[in-house]
Design a protein around this ligand. Structure first.
Ligand code: CTP
Length: 397
């Protein structure tokens, strides 16, 4: 991994003590690290700790004439080729989302052209709070900013839930993934989320897919230098910045939108969507009224977007996903052959806490003469590693 100039922002939270380990690991990996602390962070860890670990003076104040005479805030912003804010408190996230520049760290974030990675850490109720989530959505729409985490689990306050900062070693691996650039200049089309198949004007058939894996892959592909079209079924995720997102509802729409995106030019097609296999034969024009005790609904097969794209004479490098509950390798390889795919990413959806509608996943990727298991890990890391692996195979042709 190339040596990078990493500006680490530390904000006020109990996870600040973990950032000392983060500095140690970054230095060990050979990077240059400079630390900026907010006033809240100083209540948890002293600047001296970070100074000793980074070997550089730690900046804490925007209005410190002596420090500004050394490396001023604008020079600091220009020096960094990557900003990482870990832990990022709810307060810092709110200020960043609003573009405020009321302390050194937010000012540097305003002034820098480097990518900014934000690793939130807070109590689970603060994380789930509507205002925090609104700010997180705003950050998700900012092309300069990538969100890393948070993790789920036990919290310092005794609560259990989302809001834990990613472990320092995970943050270092996220940085490694970001520098891969393995899809530079490539055009990538990704399908994500569920589809909805209408029964009548108010009802539909669908599934629990959250779209998280597809969205994480789209962001990872964008970060690796690709131009990305994301064909998305109905999900509640924020549209990631710098990605051409095309919203669809049904399996039919998904095929049409994907075919069009591939017509526009596509080197790599990745189908993560959980497409409904069947749809009601007819969509009633009026709301169906209840009558008999038992009701049956004739269903017909939906078109297979992935197989259709892979079957084109000008097919791009095509990667599918397979959700299996048993005999994963056998079924996944069979699917790869039947659909004429170059690679298939298999999930064991019977594993508790992984896969469908979860933040974590573990996958095994199969190709003609090999396989590799990735995870269990967060979907963001799985996405980065998948993009690196797929990018390597794409290069080999
Ligand atoms: N897929 C698709 N269009 C469909 C169905 C599936 O593009 N109409 C894609 C999915 O996005 C995924 C792969 O095909 O990449 C999954 O294949 P599929 O045969 O649907 O898997 P399962 O639903 O698990 O199949 P089965 O029920 O036969 O196990």
């Amino acid at each position: 991994m190339a040596v990078r100039k990493i500006l680490l922002g530390v904000t006020g939270g109990i996870a600040a003590y973990k950032s000392a380990e983060l500095v140690r690991l970054l230095k060990k990996a050979g990077h240059e690290v400079r630390v900026v602390m907010t006033r809240g962070a100083e209540a948890f860890v002293t600047p001296l700790t970070f100074q000793a670990l980074s070997g550089e003076p730690v900046r804490t104040s925007l209005l410190d004439p002596e420090a500004e005479a050394g490396m001023g805030h604008i020079e600091l912003a220009k020096w960094a080729d990557q900003v990482v804010v870990a832990p990022a408190s709810a307060d810092f996230i709110a200020r960043l989302a609003q573009g405020m520049a009321d302390d050194l760290l937010t000012t540097v974030c305003c002034a820098t052209e480097a990518p900014i990675a934000v690793a939130p850490a807070m109590n689970q109720a603060m994380w789930s709070n509507l205002r925090t989530q609104r700010n997180i959505h705003l950050l998700g729409e900012d092309p300069q900013i990538t969100l890393w985490g948070p993790d789920q689990g036990e919290q310092a306050c005794g609560d259990n839930g989302p809001g834990r900062m990613l472990e320092p070693a995970v943050i270092v691996r996220m940085l490694e993934g970001m520098s891969s650039g393995g899809l530079a200049g490539k055009r990538v089309v990704i399908t994500a989320g569920p589809t909805r198949e209408p029964i009548d004007p108010v009802r539909y058939i669908s599934n629990h897919s959250s779209g998280k894996m597809g969205y994480a892959l789209a962001v990872a592909a964008r970060n690796a230098g690709a131009t990305v079209v994301l064909v998305s079924g109905p999900v509640t995720l924020a549209a990631p910045a710098g990605i051409d997102i095309r919203h669809v509802v049904s399996a039919d729409d998904m095929l049409k939108a994907s075919s069009q995106a591939v017509d526009e030019g596509c080197d790599l097609f990745v189908a993560t969507a959980a497409v409904a296999d069947y749809r009601p034969e007819n969509c009633a024009s009026d709301k169906i009224k209840k009558s008999s005790e038992v009701m049956s609904l004739p269903l017909v097969r939906n078109p297979d977007t992935l197989a259709t794209i892979a079957g084109r004479s000008d097919a791009p490098f095509t990667v599918g996903f397979a959700a299996e509950t048993s005999d994963v390798a056998h079924y996944a390889k069979d699917k790869m052959q039947r659909k004429n795919l170059r690679m298939i990413v298999a999930n064991d959806v019977s594993a508790p806490g992984l896969g469908f509608n979860s933040d974590n996943n573990a996958v095994t990727v199969f190709w003609a003469d090999g396989q590799e298991t990735i995870g269990p890990d967060s979907k963001q890391i799985i996405a980065q590693r998948l993009v690196t692996l797929i990018g390597d195979h794409l290069k080999q042709g």
